[in-house]
Design a protein. Structure first.
Length: 198
């Protein structure tokens, strides 16, 4: 398996040269609202669901995967990402954060932010930087595929175990991804390892 750092160019949490801008695209402590407008009260408007559709994009939400599907069905995974409207461009920035403390929920999170979002949502790059934005080696969907592969190394069921021999059972992590904002193309993936009590 290819090292994730050789496939994806990760950025520091604070965008270099843009330290004064908030929120930062690398701040993984906050979720980005889905929709065109991004006002604070956008999702607090009370509307009759029988009169109109919700004020959101056609894609969105979070998906949690079963313990083995993500390691086998790459073609199906890519089809799913396409159905979610995932951007096919390689012009995006990637951020990753590890939680190495005890009693954690999400051990690792990866956020992918398009250069479109960097210019028009976060306002962290200008028009020239947008046009000349460097490409990653992989698409967003491929980045998530490789991220999930890395997060689940060693979790495949053991093979060729002789009858009567002890077998070590590895509890796989739960993994998933969410469309944070389908219009601006911001996505997040995570792995969550189960808490093992003594």
């Amino acid at each position: 398996m290819t090292d994730l750092n050789k496939l994806i160019r990760f950025s520091p949490p604070v965008f270099p040269g843009r330290e004064e801008i908030t929120p930062q695209p690398g701040d993984l402590t906050k979720f980005m609202a889905n929709g065109y407008y991004l006002e604070d009260d956008f999702f607090e408007q009370k509307q009759d669901p029988f009169q109109r559709m919700p004020d959101t994009e056609r894609e969105g939400g979070a998906i949690c995967f079963n313990s083995d599907v993500y390691r086998k069905k790459k073609k199906a995974f890519m089809t799913l990402m396409e159905a979610l409207g995932m951007w096919k461009s390689k012009k995006f920035v990637a951020f990753m954060e590890h939680n190495n403390g005890s009693h954690v929920s999400c051990a690792t999170q990866m956020r992918l932010v398009s250069n479109f979002a960097l210019q028009y949502a976060f306002k962290i790059i200008d028009e020239e930087e947008y046009k000349s934005f460097p490409e990653q080696k992989v698409t967003m969907a491929e980045a998530f595929w490789h991220f999930f592969q890395q997060e689940t190394i060693g979790c495949d069921p053991p093979k060729n175990v002789r009858q009567g021999m002890p077998m070590m059972i590895v509890i796989p992590p739960s993994i998933g991804m969410m469309v944070e904002n389908s219009y601006y193309k911001v996505y997040r993936g995570w792995s969550r390892w189960p808490e093992i009590l003594p």
